[in-house]
Each structure stands twice: as structure tokens, then as C-alpha cells.
Design a protein around this ligand. Structure first.
Ligand code: PLP
Length: 471
């Protein structure tokens, strides 16, 4: 492919991309294909001869697109959003054109210096303390892993890194029962072991019980274990629970534990001053992550990881091979040792485009609207006979179920809701996620897609009502 072919195809692709965003509502939100449908359209062996971009593109449209779940469809109310936006997409095009690896300052000074600056913008936008320094990680899972490794090394005076974990006893960490599964995966990877991640009970509002946390820490210490870290959640995945930071922070300080906060989804709501109560006690926090790739209209991947003391993280992850040394070392930031992979994409650019293109006030308005519409929708559910709210609307997330007439609890009710969800998702008109609260199968509803408008939320509710009548 020569540069002229690239230019021509590029123009055609941009037209297709703009049309896609206009027509996205016409695509089924969740792909309607069956397992193996896409695989059977793909050749079993790689082509020996060059194929034209036109042909490849045509295969993409005909064979691949039907197997795509359209996360940017405004009728996407599943999981948490994984948003993009036009300025972010444009920046991603530049990023992939330059193909920069910003592992060192020298390997792309602009990427490093913009990363520092843009993360400080984010810090200001979210009301995080001036003492926090940010770095971009690929995902919240990785940021939490980095935090856990730092906590481990700090607690063992960096012995683990040198000699392994043998002889260090049982290192324990603490999360709420509602915490994301990534904490468990991270505990496995960090060598703590799943068994040593304590899942602390939550109260009626789904937030971690500080009393139960302290009890668990004290018991572990008494049994000769070494508690190293608490991971608090703001905006838990299932129900949007918010752990009480101040109380957890005081307990962590009292017992000398590292405190990491996973605000993967909810962190973006800190743009709204009325939600900053969630970070009351932030001065007691060591590490904090949230995902602009979820709710800040910035393409995956972009996790903003803030640290009170980045030198602990760097000490934990540093390696010094000869080929990574540069003349500027020590005078500049080399982000290579602030995360797990050595190589790093130029990710700051897309957030820089997003913040400048929307401006902070429009970003706030979008998030505020999502929260208002979710609350309105929860209100409709609550007021409607035969429907029940199963977890209150926290930020832009709630859970509900269909419960017609005098229907008894139990398996039949769970089956009915499973069917309702299946019908809704099979319609291709909306996409929702299943959840379980206690023994109950419930339907989870989260508003937050970039292009969602009030009318989409209203239409989703009408569809749920209509579908339930035919079950
Ligand atoms: N933490 C919470 C609270 C989440 O909801 C999620 C994903 O939804 C994650 C962590 C994992 O995020 P990532 O995919 O960035 O690792």
C-alpha cells in the first residue's frame, strides 16, 4: 500500500466512520450472531499475496461488523460505558499514525510532558489533592495491581522484590464484598493468594463496614498474618456502593496499611462538586484510580492513576538495564517504571483533545444528565405496578426486577427476569446486564453512553414495559 492509496482509503474510512456514528442506532446494540459465526468467515490460513484495502474493508463490513457489539450505541445501558467521542477518535488516529512508544521521556518528550500536564488537569477537575501525582495505566485492574505490589513491597521493606515471598508469611489485603473481581485477580498475581484477600461485609447501603474491616485486620494480626493494603471502592460494579473513605482511611493509618481507592467508574462523577462528598477523607489515601475510558468520553484504554508518593511505586517497579539509560535520566520523568509494561502508547493526546474540545463545563453537563436520567428512570420503575427497585439509584446505576401480581419469590421469579432480560437483549434495541442481589436475579441499568439522550432512556423504559407484557 503506497501513501496515495493510504490517503484515498483514509478519506473513505473517515466518511464511513462519520456515517457509522450517524447510523449507529440502527445497528443491534448487542451482536445477534451465534458463537462461531464470525470465525467461519475468516480464512483458516494467512494470505500469501497482497490483497487490496478495498477488499479487506468490504470483508470487514460484511463479515466482521455483524459480530460487533456496538458499545457506542446510545441504547447501551449494560456493564459500565466504555465511551469514545469524536475528538477522542481523531486523537487516536493521530496517535496510531505516529505510533509512538513513550516508555522514556526521550522516546517522545511530548507524550511524557503532556501526560504529566493532562493528569494534573484531571486532578484539578475532580478535586483531588495537589499532593497527588498522576500516571496513565491501561486499565483499573493494572493500576490496582501496581498499588497492591507497592503495598506489598513497602510492608516488607522491598524484600519481596529481591528474594521472593517465601518466608514472609501470609500477606493480607481487604476489599468489600461488592468490590470488582479485578482485586481478586490482582491479589493472585501479586502473590498474596485469593484466600488472603478478605472480603469485608457491606451494610444496607452496600458500602464496606468499617467495624468489620478493623475486626478482620485485628484478627489477622493476632493470628500472625501481615495486613498490607485496603482497597476501597467508590461506585461498586453491581450496585454503585460507595465505601466510607474517612473511616477506612483512619483504620488504615492506625494499622499502617496502604490505602488504594478503586473509583473506576464513579471517579468521573467527581467533576460534579456535589459528588465530591465521596472523597471526604482523601488525604488519608495513598493511591486512587479512575477510568476516563469509562465515563469521560475517552477511548479505551485510559486509566488515570494518582499517587501520593510515586517514588514508592517507582522503587517497586524499577529496572535499570543499560539500554534504557539516557542523558536526561533523573532530570525528567521516564514513565517506564510507573506501570507493568515497559512500552506505552501516547494516550494523553486523546484526553487532551476531549477536554479541550468539550470544555469542562460540557463534560459536567453530560455526566449530570446521565445521573438525572437514571434517577428519573428509577422513579418510573418504582412507581409502576409489577416492577421493583432492587438497589437504589447510585450515581447513574440501579437494579430492578419484574414481579407481576402476587408472584412468589424464588426460582420462578428469577427465571421470569432472566427471560425478560434475554428478550430485551435479543431484540437488539437495548443492551442490559444481569446481576444478582442476594438470591435474586435482577436487571442492572446504567446510563452513561456518550450519545445517550433523554429520549433513549424513555424508549428503553417503554420497551421494558412492552416486553414484560408478552412474557
Ligand atoms: N473496578 C471497578 C469498580 C469496575 O467496575 C471495573 C470494570 O468495570 C474495573 C475495576 C476493571 O476495570 P478495567 O477494565 O479498567 O480493568
Amino acid at each position: 500500500m503506497d501513501n496515495e492509496d493510504f490517503r484515498k482509503a483514509g478519506h473513505e474510512f473517515i466518511d464511513w466512520m462519520a456515517d457509522y456514528l450517524v447510523e449507529i442506532e440502527n445497528f443491534p446494540v448487542r451482536s445477534q450472531l451465534q458463537p462461531g459465526d464470525v470465525a467461519k468467515t475468516l480464512s483458516t490460513s494467512p494470505p500469501q499475496k497482497s490483497e487490496s484495502i478495498a477488499r479487506i474493508f468490504s470483508d470487514f463490513q460484511n463479515n466482521i461488523l455483524p459480530g460487533v457489539t456496538h458499545w457506542q450505541n446510545p441504547n447501551f445501558f449494560a456493564y459500565f460505558p466504555c465511551n469514545s467521542s469524536p475528538p477522542s477518535i481523531l486523537a487516536e488516529m493521530l496517535t496510531s499514525t505516529m505510533g509512538v512508544n513513550s516508555m522514556l521521556w526521550q522516546t517522545s518528550p511530548a507524550a511524557t510532558e503532556m501526560e504529566t500536564k493532562v493528569l494534573d488537569w484531571l486532578r484539578q477537575m475532580t478535586g483531588l489533592p495537589e499532593s497527588f501525582t498522576g500516571v496513565i495505566q491501561d486499565s483499573a485492574s493494572s493500576a490496582t495491581l501496581c498499588a497492591l505490589l507497592t503495598a506489598r513491597e513497602k510492608a516488607t521493606d522491598w524484600v519481596g522484590n529481591e528474594y521472593g515471598l517465601n518466608g514472609l508469611g501470609a500477606l493480607t489485603a481487604y476489599v468489600s464484598q461488592e468490590a470488582h473481581s479485578s482485586a481478586e485477580k490482582d491479589a493472585m498475581i501479586a502473590g498474596l493468594g485469593r484466600e488472603n484477600l478478605r472480603k469485608i461485609p457491606v451494610g444496607p447501603d452496600f458500602s464496606m463496614s468499617p467495624v468489620a474491616l478493623e475486626k478482620a485486620i485485628v484478627e489477622d494480626k493476632a493470628a500472625g498474618r501481615l495486613p498490607i493494603c485496603v482497597i476501597a471502592t467508590l461506585g461498586s460494579t453491581g450496585v454503585g456502593g460507595v465505601d466510607p473513605l474517612r473511616e477506612i482511611g483512619e483504620i488504615s493509618r492506625r494499622h499502617g496499611l496502604f490505602l488504594h481507592v478503586d473509583a473506576a467508574w464513579a471517579g468521573s462523577a467527581l467533576l460534579l462538586p456535589e459528588w465530591r462528598w465521596m472523597i471526604e477523607g482523601i488525604e488519608l489515601v495513598d493511591s486512587f484510580v479512575f477510568n476516563p475510558h469509562k465515563w469521560l468520553f475517552t477511548n479505551f484504554d485510559f486509566s488515570a492513576h494518582f499517587l501520593r508518593n510515586p517514588s514508592d511505586l517507582i522503587r517497586t517497579l524499577s529496572i535499570f538495564p543499560e539500554y534504557l539509560k539516557t542523558d536526561e535520566m533523573g532530570q525528567v520523568i521516564d514513565y517506564r517504571d510507573w506501570g507493568i509494561p515497559l512500552g506505552r502508547r501516547f494516550r494523553a493526546l486523546k484526553l487532551w483533545f476531549v477536554i479541550r474540545s468539550y470544555g469542562t463545563s460540557e463534560l459536567r453537563t453530560k455526566i449530570k444528565n446521565h445521573i438525572e436520567w437514571a434517577r428519573e428512570m428509577a422513579g418510573w420503575v418504582d412507581k409502576t405496578d409489577n416492577f421493583e427497585i432492587m438497589s437504589p439509584c447510585n450515581l447513574a446505576l440501579f437494579n430492578f426486577r419484574y414481579r407481576p401480581g402476587e408472584m412468589f419469590d424464588g426460582q420462578a421469579l428469577n427465571d421470569l427476569n432472566e427471560n425478560l432480560l434475554r428478550e430485551l437483549n435479543n431484540s437488539g434495541k437495548i443492551y442490559l446486564t444481569q446481576n444478582r442481589i442476594g438470591e435474586n436475579f435482577v436487571i442492572r441499568f446504567c446510563v452513561g453512553q456518550t450519545y445517550t439522550e433523554h429520549r433513549h432512556v424513555k424508549a428503553a423504559w417503554n420497551l421494558i414495559l412492552e416486553t414484560s407484557r408478552f412474557l
